[in-house]
Design a protein around this ligand. Structure first.
Ligand code: ADP
Ligand code: MG
Length: 696
């Protein structure tokens, strides 16, 4: 079959999408399902039975023997437990069965997932509930059913439930605004998300030799190679055959699952690449991103490669992020962040922009928290990654408009020099105002915002839950005022102007990597939560708890539980890294350093016997011995730090890990990296950065 036919036929072939449903599910059940999506009401058991039957028949035709409720616990990855369709029918015979009950509700024995204390042991099981807005699919020999994961008392134990709740609440508040602008047709506003996924590919055999990569997903040591990304020759460079083969297969696997993989290219660092899908609704985007990460790893293995999704696999080299492109779209196909052509459309655009700026400014700590975890600490604020200070880049044109509104001065369009303030109080907006500023954590890029702080390994559910909810909050507040206004246009102008004036400090177009920005941001009163340990306590600031509970996205209980989970996870990650580091030093690095200096000494003795000068060997052996001494000393310090963690609250423990353990790890690393440059490579027990980054 030709490619032009093969790919469209392959696309979505493993997904029980509407087309497949129409083929396998009776029309009445289909209609009831569509109705339930609209109303948000539960399906009757009868309809669920019909859908389950169709789903099973379809899944069997795709080679499935099992089904699984697929869910996204607070670990940030996905979980699954497979049951076969096999049902005994007596006489030693079986049938392949799947009921509506099994489709809509599951009870995985999930007591080992983190719950932050939300689940008492007597109700440890929790249950999964089908998310009918996300299509089921077949992967391997199982039918995957996307589900939400809750405790028996209905508290969310997963990442999907709050995301779905936040999508509801932003839709509700945005509709109030649209109605004020005379839009009577839109029924739903849907957050649209396109996550760009960065990753590294390394050779499997080299990977196997690095305990740190295997246990921690990142290297804990490694001196910088002589060549990194200085020449910018990798970014968008020609894709090497082995990588190209990987990418081709990845695309096909993603397409089969209905994932709109669109762009692939080399990234800035050697061995770094990116895959971007076409955007979709936030819930689907989140499911698809989880699948994409998993499939990247699987496909890499088939090519004898390993896909590294960690935010910072290699120090001193670009880290990996997951740029979260976010906008609001209507069910009628309009993008609410598209500057319009008429003054009316522009006024609406400016109102949405004002809400966004106000939300990001007021809830900057919460947004920062949504990307705060141990892995991202190595990336935010480093080389090419956005700083830990939240700010918004608008581009010169849009910033000019914001300024003109704040000061009630006419906006001078740069190109034409024409005055554009006119009839409708608010100016018209030139199209495509998107400049590029790679250093900005949040950038307006023409008709969407690009949130660049999320890390490559993390679920996008959290960041999008926050974006949706802050937007709902501000739109709701604006609607409260505008619905009561006697003169809508004046009130609109005032609302927009007030928001721009009060929240202008969040707009920043300069170089975010510059040290001067840190000072300036401080002057503006912006939060600079440098590490996850600085950021996470802010998650439960009263204003954040009030925001989330007001919109029904989290209960107070859920927020505290989540905070606990995040802080505990931070400690676990650091602890594992510290222990891995100790292990590698004691079982690999000390031996290499001492063996090499012993060999040097043997050489020195031999040379001396012949009366040959051996000054350089002596100096080298001495330096290595001194470094080894301080290595031993610092190793002991780290060992003690890990062995004597003081008891305290989750927050105190996290701060201890950050202040004491991480800083001792950094000191140790410095010594090891120095040793690596001195010890002969035949003695060094681990593949180096040069080996890892330039081997594929
Ligand atoms: P870049 O230059 O940053 O790579 P692209 O135009 O390629 O920008 O888009 C990057 C991502 O943004 C893609 O996943 C794309 O589908 C997504 N995207 C484009 N438009 C929107 C939108 N209106 N809302 C959300 N995501 C979008
Ligand atoms: Mg981008």
């Amino acid at each position: 079959m030709e490619v032009k036919d093969r790919i469209p036929e392959m696309f979505g072939s493993m997904v029980f999408n509407e087309a497949a449903m129409a083929q396998y599910v009776p029309i009445d059940a289909m209609n009831a399902w569509r109705q339930c999506l609209k109303s948000g009401h539960a399906l009757t058991l009868e309809v669920a039975n019909d859908i389950a039957e169709g789903m099973k028949t379809w899944a069997l035709s795709k080679g499935a023997t099992h089904y699984t409720h697929w869910f996204q616990p607070m670990t940030g990855i996905t979980a699954e437990k497979h049951d076969s369709f096999v049902t005994p029918v007596g006489g030693g015979k079986i049938m392949m069965e799947f009921s509506g009950k099994e489709l809509v509700r599951g009870e995985p024995d999930a007591s080992s997932f983190p719950s932050g204390g939300l689940r008492a042991t007597f109700e440890a099981r929790g249950y999964t509930a089908w998310d009918p807005t996300s299509f089921a699919f077949v992967k391997g020999t199982s039918l995957y059913i996307p589900t939400a994961f809750c405790s028996y008392s209905g508290e969310a134990l997963d990442k999907k439930t709050p995301l779905l709740r936040s999508m509801e609440c932003v839709s509700k508040e945005a509709l109030r605004i649209l109605r004020l602008f005379g839009d009577t047709t839109t029924k739903k506003v849907i957050p649209q998300v396109g996550p760009e996924q960065e990753y590294f590919l390394v050779d499997r055999e080299l990977y196997e030799k690095r305990e740190d990569l295997k246990l921690c997903g990142r290297t804990l040591f490694g001196a910088k190679p002589p060549k990194g990304q200085e020449l910018d020759d990798h970014y968008f460079g020609a894709i090497k055959p082995r990588v190209a083969a990987f990418m081709r297969e990845l695309d096909e696997e993603l397409w089969k699952l209905g994932i709109l993989s669109k762009t692939k290219h080399n990234e800035a660092a050697p061995a770094q690449h990116e895959m971007a899908p076409i955007y979709s609704d936030a819930n689907t985007a989140c499911d698809h991103n989880q699948l994409a990460m998993e499939i990247m790893k699987k496909v890499a293995a088939r090519h004898n490669l390993v896909c590294l999704l960690h935010e910072k696999p290699f120090a001193g080299v670009n880290g990996s992020g997951k740029h979260d492109n976010w906008s609001l779209g209507t069910d009628t196909g309009k993008n609410l962040f598209s500057p319009g052509k008429t003054p009316r459309q522009n006024a609406q655009f400016l109102l949405f922009l004002a809400a966004f700026l106000q939300g990001v400014d007021e809830y900057q700590e919460l947004l920062r928290c949504s990307v705060a975890f141990a892995g991202n600490d190595h990336r935010l604020g480093a080389l090419e990654a956005p700083p830990a200070i939240v700010s918004v880049f608008l581009g010169t044109e849009l910033e000019g408009i914001v300024d003109s509104i704040i000061h009630d001065t006419p906006y001078l369009e740069r190109e034409t020099g024409a005055l554009q303030i006119g009839v409708d109080i608010l100016p018209t907006i030139p199209l495509d105002t998107s400049d590029r500023n790679r250093t900005s954590p949040v950038a307006f890029t023409g008709n969407k915002f690009e949130f660049r702080m999320p890390g490559s390994s993390q679920s996008i559910a959290g960041p999008n839950t926050v974006l949706n909810t802050i937007m709902a909050e501000e739109l709701g507040r604006f609607a409260d005022i505008l619905e009561q206004a006697e003169d809508f246009d004046t009130a609109l102008h005032d609302v927009v102007r007030k928001a721009f004036t009060e929240h202008k400090r969040i707009i920043f177009s300069g170089n975010g990597y510059d040290d001067a920005w840190v000072m300036e941001a401080q002057g503006r009163g912006l939060a600079n939560l440098v590490s996850a340990a600085d950021a996470l306590p802010a998650y439960v600031l009263p204003k954040n708890v009030e925001l989330m509970t007001r919109h029904g996205v989290y209960t107070e209980h859920e927020m505290y539980a989540r905070n606990e989970v995040h802080m505990e996870k931070y400690c676990h990650v650091v602890q594992i890294e510290a222990k891995t580091m100790l292990d590698m030093i004691q079982h690999g690095i000390v031996g290499a350093a001492t063996a090499y200096s012993a060999a040097l000494c043997d050489g020195i003795l031999a040379k001396k016997a012949c009366g040959i000068s051996c000054r350089s060997e002596k100096a080298l052996a001495e330096t290595i011995s001194e470094l080894t001494d301080s290595l031993m000393e610092k190793t002991l310090e780290l060992k003690t730090a890990v062995a004597t963690v003081p008891s305290g609250t989750a927050e105190e423990t996290m701060i201890y890990y950050h202040d004491v353990v991480v800083s001792r790890m950094n000191r140790l690393r410095g010594i090891v990296d120095q040793l690596e440059t001195l010890v002969d490579s035949s003695y060094w027990p681990y593949p180096t950065y040069y080996d890892l980054l330039f081997s594929v």
